[in-house]
Design a protein around this ligand. Structure first.
Ligand SMILES: [Zn+2]
Ligand SMILES: [Zn+2]
Length: 225
């Protein structure tokens, strides 16, 4: 399967990056997805239909889109969405039935907004990469890369364990992650020790950003849910 091939090599590359490799591929793919959307697919009718169903993008992705600064592409999408909302508001004729209907619609929209097209893309990428990670775990190259990597954030550890049916593999992953926590705790301790005024002349080593890596370990990369 060609895609698995590409996914596998992307995964190997991601393991060499800083931080959680699953977060890394999600973030990278989401960025590409958003750029491709803005520059190629703003007028794609299927995507526009999906965007209408989720009343635009979720909060996180709407503001990520905003950062691209493409007022033209987003203006087209949002004009369309505002027309849709306006139409619904204009249908309120003062009757209880119409008020009830708009409330129901607004409630429905609130739910729909939680999963926008970029969220769906992220979920898809997340599932795909975790599967390839698990399916190829015994591949020496992948194992070596994983053992020398940051490991998984807690969310992706959870998903990897849930997806995995192989008990031996699960235990291996848990043991590896525990070792990573141990190492990171030692680094944070060293960081805190050097912060102490008595050691203030000592320069920080690789533990200098250990507190940031601790945040990532627990909550994943910024902007990835
Ligand atoms: Zn992660
Ligand atoms: Zn989203």
């Amino acid at each position: 399967m060609a895609t698995k091939h590409t996914t596998y090599f992307n995964l190997l590359d991601a393991l060499k990056e800083q931080g959680c490799h699953v977060c890394f591929v999600i973030k990278k793919n989401a960025q590409k997805f958003m750029v491709d959307f803005l520059y190629e697919s703003v007028n794609d009718s299927d995507l526009r239909k999906e965007i209408k169903e989720s009343v635009g993008f979720c909060n996180r992705h709407a503001w990520q889109f905003h950062k691209f600064g493409d007022g033209f592409g987003l203006g087209i999408v949002y004009e369309d969405l505002m027309r849709l909302i306006l139409k619904r508001l204009e249908e309120v004729d003062g009757s209880s039935a119409s008020l009830k209907a708009i409330l129901k619609q607004l409630d429905k929209d609130e739910q729909a907004k939680k999963s926008c097209i970029v969220c769906k893309e992220e979920k898809d990428v997340e599932g795909r990469y975790i599967s390839v990670f698990l399916d190829n775990f015994d591949d020496p190259e992948l194992k070596f890369a994983y053992e020398n990597s940051f490991g998984l954030c807690l969310r992706h550890l959870n998903l990897a364990i849930k997806k995995n049916k192989n008990k031996k593999l699960t235990n291996e992953i848990i043991a590896f992650e525990a070792a990573k926590f141990n190492g990171l705790i030692a680094e944070v301790k060293e960081f805190l020790r050097k912060h102490d005024y008595r050691f203030s002349k000592e320069k920080f080593g690789k533990e200098g950003d250990s507190w940031i890596r601790a945040i990532e370990k627990l909550i994943g990369k910024e902007g990835v849910y």
